[in-house]
Structure formats: structure tokens, C-alpha cells
Design a protein around this ligand. Structure first.
Ligand SMILES: NC(=O)c1ccc[n+]([C@@H]2O[C@H](COP(=O)([O-])OP(=O)(O)OC[C@H]3O[C@@H](n4cnc5c(N)ncnc54)[C@H](O)[C@@H]3O)[C@@H](O)[C@H]2O)c1
Length: 428
């Protein structure tokens, strides 16, 4: 099938590369000319395991193309996926300007019946909104389908090709058939429902997962107070299939490009409809507490942080990605910097970017350089490299002996055996 993807970011690029690998002819369109030129020259704009090989293989085979021009990709495409950003507006609602612009441009270039599949995470009612915007500029027949994406950064290729389910929101049997053909080679349940339910499914899923993490973080803090171990509690809880093992890992809170903005949008929707949402509001409050608490514990151990050297391991919001959007690590770094600490950071892929985060810190080239002369180190992101840390060498690099392991990666006995004072989340 001929497919056009509008927006070549995490979702668009992964979707495009995977659909091409499944045999479709895919054109990825983006307004960012630099990104498109990089991709045409084999340079990946993002880090995602397995993506580079997939992009190169399908680009060389001619099944995957990149362009800034809607007139190259849209005419003749059977499916046109919208995968542009839907960031939070200052009031917590969704900034729909990218989706609106994409809808108008698709309408202007449509040449025959196509299914417009919305993969961006969007408020309820967006399918109608996109259809209305398109109808203002085209008489061509089309259907708009809500096709929310559930991939996780860091596992995006795997998640796209082996999803738990594919949600197809449409009242049109013709459009549902096109979507079933698009995903024919992906073996999972294809759940067809109305557009509004599909749009809400995405927000409800992310709000539930964020709440689950906030819940275990609340349990973790209680564990510290009563002398229990949150990892044991989570194993005991998660073994009950009604609860499930996933998303019960205590840490410094949830972040990334999706959970924070989707939770805010979900709450905004409730507010607009006059529907109070106390559970999800509490999950958001708990998330702020989980981040600040990491730094409060450092202060309890070290006293005033002014002038004290702290090495922070991790900048990305989780391992296997270079994405720092709403990263708990960034908040931990910010809290330390605001308290006057002398911070050096290390991350294998991600950087603190002054223009996005409003502050700057030195980046070390290695773990040991970041730890050089530090009184404490904080593990803020779950990179494998941190789990397999050479503790003896770390100890020799540092001036102090405190490890605040906000990701519970290290073995407590091994760390204490090397002479560290070792703090983790949720263990008294
Ligand atoms: N990142 C994730 O893990 C993830 C997972 C599931 C769903 N989502 C949702 O998918 C959507 C995209 O997220 P992302 O992380 O891929 O965003 P992103 O910022 O990485 O990529 C968006 C891309 O769209 C391009 N763009 C913007 N306006 C455009 C236009 N009018 N025409 C063509 N291109 C345009 C931008 O230049 C950018 O390259 C969002 O709604 C997000 O909530 C993201």
C-alpha cells in the first residue's frame, strides 16, 4: 500500500520505517528541512534501538522516502497518517496548531479517496475537527480514523511491530478495512470502536499508567518510613494478575514527552466538562513530590548543598533514549543547581540543552569524570551502563561516599561492601 506519514519524529519515523519494512511504500513528510536532509544523508535525528538499520535498509530498497513536500507523498496514498506533535499549551490544553496545519495541507493535496489516520495523541473530537478542516479545502472523498499510537521510546521499533493491540476508531467499514490491510502483517488484536472512544482510550491508558507509577512511589515512601522494601512489595503485589507486574517500579517519577502532557490534557478535559478527577490530580502531585524528594534526601545526608560537588548520572527521562522532555533527571539537576550545588552530569546519549531547560551544567565524557571529586552521585536514569558500574573505581574517583540511587539499579550489599553510604527509593 502507498502510505504517507505527516511528521517524522519519534512516532512518524518509527511508524514509517516499520511500515516500509512490512512491505508498504512509505513517504515520510516533515516541515523541518534540516531533519529531512539529515535522514536523506543517513543521519538519524533521534536515538532509538534498531531504528537506524531499519531506516537505512528500507531507504536503500526504495520503500522509504523523505521529503518536505506534501505534493510528493500525499497524492495517491491510500493511508495518510498524522504523527505531528501535540504539545501542552500554557493552560494545560493541547496545542492543536500542528495537527490543524497538517489537516489543511493534506486536504490541499488529496487526489482520491484516502484514510487519514490520526496517530498523534489528540483531544476527543479531533477526528471531526480534522475532517472539517479538510472539507474546507477539498471535495475529494476521505475518512478520518483515530489510530492512537502506544509505542514506548527506547522500545519503539519492538512496540510498533509487536503491539499489545491496535485501536482503530471509525464508524466507516471501508476505512476499517483499509486499516486492517495496513496492519495485516502485525499479529495482535485490532480493536475497532468509534472515533471518540479511540481518542479517549489513549489518554485514559496513559493517565492509568502514570497513576500506577505514582501509586508505587507513594508506597515506596511509606516503605522507607516503616522499614519495608518496595521492590519486594511490588513483586508481591504484581504477581496478582488483577494488578500486573508492569509499571510498579519505584523511582523519581514519570516523565517524557507523553505522560506529563497527556495527564494534563486528560485533567483539562475533565475540567472543561465540569468533571472532577481527584485520582489523576493526586497522581500528578505525587509525581512532583517524587522528584523533589530525591534532592531532599541528599540534603538530609549532606546538609546545605551550596558549593558541594555532585555527579548526576543520567539526563534522559529513561534509558535507551536521548529524549529529555519532562525528564525527572532534569528536575533533579535543576533542584541541585538551584540549591547552589556544583553539578556535573553524564549521560551516554542525552544532553541538557540550555535553550530547552533554561540552565546549563558541564557534561562529563564518562561516569568517572562526572564522579571526579564528588561528595555524592545520583543515579537519575536507568541506563544499563549504570547498573554494571565499576564500584571500586567509582569510589576512587569520588571525594565522598554517598550514592543516591533513584532508579534502584545497584546491589545494596555490593555498594556498602565498597564503603559507600547507599540510598535507594523505597527501602528503609
Ligand atoms: N514519543 C512517543 O513516545 C509517543 C508515543 C505515542 C504517541 N505519541 C504522540 O505522537 C505525536 C508525535 O509525537 P513525537 O514524539 O513523534 O513528536 P516529535 O516532536 O518527535 O515529532 C513531530 C514531528 O512533526 C513535525 N511537524 C510538525 N508540524 C508538521 C506539519 N504541519 N507537517 C509535517 N510535519 C510537521 C515536526 O517537525 C516533528 O519532526 C504526539 O501527539 C505524541 O503525543 C508520542
Amino acid at each position: 500500500m502507498k502510505v504517507a506519514i505527516i511528521g517524522t519524529g519519534y512516532v512518524g519515523l518509527v511508524s514509517g520505517a516499520c511500515l516500509a519494512d512490512l512491505g508498504h511504500e512509505v513517504v515520510c513528510i516533515d516541515t523541518d528541512a534540516e531533519k529531512i536532509s539529515k535522514l536523506e544523508n543517513g543521519v538519524m535525528p533521534i536515538y532509538e534501538p534498531g531504528l537506524e538499520e531499519l531506516v537505512k535498509r528500507n531507504y536503500q530498497a526504495g520503500r522509504l522516502k523523505f521529503t518536505t513536500s506534501f505534493s510528493v507523498g500525499v497524492p495517491g496514498a491510500e493511508v495518510i497518517s498524522i504523527a505531528v506533535g501535540t504539545p501542552s499549551a500554557p493552560d494545560g490544553s493541547v496545542d492543536m496548531s500542528y495537527v490543524d496545519a497538517a489537516a489543511r495541507m493534506i486536504g490541499e493535496h488529496l487526489s482520491g479517496y484516502a484514510v487519514i489516520a490520526d496517530k498523534s495523541t489528540v483531544p476527543v473530537g479531533t477526528s471531526e475537527r480534522v475532517a472539517e478542516l479538510m472539507r474546507q479545502v477539498t471535495d475529494t472523498d476521505f475518512d478520518v480514523v483515530s489510530n492512537p499510537e502506544f509505542l514506548r521510546e527506547g522500545h519503539a521499533v519492538f512496540d510498533f511491530l509487536k503491539p499489545a493491540r491496535i485501536v482503530i476508531g471509525t464508524g466507516s467499514e471501508r476505512a476499517a478495512d483499509v486499516m486492517r490491510r495496513l496492519y495485516a502483517h502485525i499479529d495482535c488484536p485490532k480493536i475497532v470502536m468509534d472515533e471518540r472512544s479511540a481518542e479517549l482510550t489513549k489518554y485514559a491508558s496513559n493517565a492509568f499508567l502514570a497513576t500506577k507509577i505514582s501509586f508505587i512511589n507513594e508506597v515506596a515512601h511509606l516503605c522507607e518510613a516503616v522499614g519495608a522494601d518496595v521492590d519486594a512489595v511490588a513483586t508481591g503485589m504484581g504477581s496478582d494478575p488483577r494488578i500486573g507486574k508492569e509499571f510498579l517500579k519505584a523511582g523519581p517519577g514519570w516523565g517524557g514527552s507523553c505522560f506529563p502532557k497527556d495527564v494534563k490534557a486528560f485533567l483539562k478535559l475533565g475540567e472543561e466538562k465540569g468533571h472532577p478527577m481527584p485520582v489523576v490530580n493526586a497522581a500528578l502531585a505525587m509525581n512532583k513530590l517524587a522528584r523533589s524528594r530525591v534532592v531532599s534526601r541528599l540534603e538530609t545526608e549532606l546538609g546545605d548543598l551550596r558549593g558541594k560537588k555532585i555527579g548526576i548520572f543520567g539526563v534522559a527521562f529513561k534509558g535507551n533514549t536521548d529524549d529529555t522532555r519532562e525528564s525527572p533527571a532534569i528536575d533533579i539537576i535543576r533542584h541541585c543547581v538551584e540549591r547552589g550545588a556544583d553539578v556535573t552530569v553524564y549521560d551516554p546519549e542525552a544532553r541538557v540543552v540550555l535553550s530547552s531547560h533554561g540552565f546549563d551544567v558541564p557534561h562529563a565524557a564518562s561516569i568517572f569524570e562526572a564522579a571526579e571529586g564528588a561528595l555524592a552521585i545520583v543515579i537519575a536514569t536507568e541506563w544499563e551502563e549504570f547498573r554494571t558500574l565499576d564500584l571500586e573505581r567509582l569510589k576512587q574517583s569520588m571525594a565522598g561516599n554517598l550514592i543516591m540511587d533513584a532508579r534502584n539499579l545497584l546491589d545494596q550489599a555490593a555498594a556498602e561492601g565498597c564503603g559507600f553510604r547507599y540510598l535507594r527509593i523505597g527501602r528503609g
